[in-house]
Design a protein around this ligand. Structure first.
Ligand code: NAD
Length: 482
């Protein structure tokens, strides 16, 4: 392993063609520990020429990797899954110190990544074509699928291992090669995954990692002629920009973006279960989750009782040492993000919202915050906060609840708590979101499901099975037989 995790400042180069190489600029940027903004690592500050080197390496590797047998790709991915588990402690240390993950969230990501790599391994043998009827006598018709080439995988800071594993394993399972651009706030984690792919036997150049400022080098990657698809997870702002660049160049783009997911609680709901789900969905990883329940709608009849229990639950969540199992709320990732969270709370308070609990900070941690009396004039009503802040609204009937849930530019996940299957199913059918859960949290993810959102939350779906559509090209083949 070239990514060391001892207690010293680490320095990491680019990963191109199976080697650590210095960036062309010879410059390194600082990767901070969000707990106190201390220096965690020095990371290669790649430029456009480095992006080109990485893409050329992936393109060269593609010429032979595309011909590998499904059973070979399956072996590599299964080995990589076992190595993720073997190096669990290294990943946990990075997830805790590089992005401020509480230990439970760090463990979840490691388990998910291993699970995801195994799910992708299973896909390699299922990349099948069809035989088709032909309108001409004596013509045999079939379809085959072929890998498309170099895939750019661009990942966010909040679930850096989960997303690096998800966005690289499907391209590798389908015979494509990868250039990974991780968030500049979580570069070490993706680099450790690249080391693991190497140890698992993936040939040099099949996985490359370019680090640097995404806002500076992202366009060079997205628009590179040899990049055939971009799999992006991040903010809606950057996703729309990438979608535009890809659209005008006839490139495939898979965009997994932000959210403002509604959790609806009807008057017949199991309130304890709803409170657990609301707390988990909104305060998991201090609210830095795309599927966070940042809008909670409660039937007026049970609103006060729900709020009493929800406030009590929020106040019980641990803000201690990140290695302590009882800690669920850690630091917010960066000064800019902390400012955003503060602004959302203060803007709401200034315009008349009530802070039922929270709104205070301990170091870089914001206490779980519950707002009521939020209205359309407030920033938090519309925008994704990406912090431990949620707003509770009330309604008097299901129509009103559905209308409020749909009153957002986002549409990633959603959930409803009720004992009434008819009401639950109406919500399932009418809510404008890519994912909907009944009597469950808004945060749910499994490797093989079609994961994604509508409206500003994304374009397309990711998941080991549906990724085969995104990452292979159909070819219709005919043979005239005598
Ligand atoms: P971000 O958009 O700031 O950055 C995401 C990635 O894009 C980073 O790797 C960054 O370097 C890169 N980037 C920046 N400018 C670019 C450009 N011009 N071209 C190409 N790449 C560029 O997002 P973030 O702050 O890292 O992550 C938080 C956001 O991600 C939130 O909005 C969250 O909801 C979303 N997210 C969505 C999902 C999902 O599956 N829908 C999952 C996790 C996070």
């Amino acid at each position: 392993m070239s990514v060391t995790t001892e207690n010293q400042v680490k320095k990491i180069d680019l990963w191109i063609n199976g080697e650590r190489v210095a960036p062309a600029s010879q410059q390194y940027f600082i990767d901070h520990n969000p707990e106190d903004d201390s220096v965690f690592a020095e990371v290669a500050d790649g430029d456009e020429s480095d992006v080109d080197r990485a893409v050329q390496s992936a393109h060269l590797a593609f010429q032979s990797y595309r011909k590998t047998l499904a059973k070979e790709r399956e072996v590599y991915l299964i080995k990589a899954a076992s190595l993720v588990e073997k190096y669990e402690d290294k990943f946990i240390e990075l997830l805790v110190k590089e992005v401020g993950s509480p230990i439970g969230k760090a463990r979840y990501e490691v388990a998910y990544a291993a699970n995801c790599l195994r799910a992708a391994a299973g896909v390699a043998r299922r990349i099948s074509g069809q035989t088709l009827p032909s309108d001409s006598l004596g013509r045999f018709a079939m379809t085959t699928r072929q890998p498309i080439g170099v895939v750019a995988a661009i990942t966010p800071f909040n679930v850096p291992l989960l997303k690096s594993a998800k966005l690289s394993s499907s391209p590798l399972a389908t015979g494509n090669t990868v250039v990974l651009l991780p968030s500049e706030q979580a570069p070490m984690i993706s680099n450790l995954l690249a080391d693991i792919y190497h140890e698992a036997g993936f040939p040099p150049g099949t996985v490359n990692v370019v680090t640097g400022n995404g806002a500076v080098i992202g366009d060079a990657l997205t628009t590179h002629d040899l990049v055939k698809a971009v799999m992006f997870t991040g903010s809606s702002r950057v996703g729309k920009h990438i979608g535009g660049l890809c659209g005008s160049r006839m490139k495939r783009a898979l965009l997994e973006l932000g959210g403002k997911s509604p959790l609806v609680i009807l008057d017949d709901a199991d309130l304890d279960a709803a409170v657990e789900a609301a707390a988990m969905s909104q305060f998991f990883f201090q609210g830095q989750a795309c599927m966070a329940s940042s809008r909670i709608y409660v039937d007026k009849k049970v609103e006060q009782e729900f709020l009493r229990r929800f406030v009590k639950k929020a106040e019980s969540l641990g803000l201690g040492d990140l290695y302590d199992e009882s800690t669920s709320v850690g630091p917010i990732i960066s000064a800019r993000q902390r400012e955003r969270v503060r602004h959302h709370i203060e803007d709401a308070r200034a315009k008349g919202a009530k802070v039922l609990t929270g709104g205070e900070w301990i170091g870089h941690r914001c206490k779980p915050t519950i707002l009521s009396g939020v209205n359309e004039s407030m920033v938090v009503y519309h925008e994704e906060t990406f912090g431990p802040v949620t707003s509770v609204y009330s309604f008097t009937n299901l129509d009103e609840a559905i209308a409020q849930a749909n009153d957002s530019n986002y549409g990633l996940s959603s959930a409803i708590f009720t004992q009434d299957i008819n009401k639950a199913f109406r919500f399932v059918q009418e809510v404008e979101s890519g994912m909907v859960h009944v009597n469950a949290p808004t945060i749910l993810d499994e490797p093989h499901v079609p994961f994604g959102g509508v409206k500003d939350s994304g374009f397309g779906r990711e998941g080991t099975d549906i990724d085969v559509e995104t990452l292979t090209e159909w070819k219709w083949v005919t043979i005239n037989l005598n």
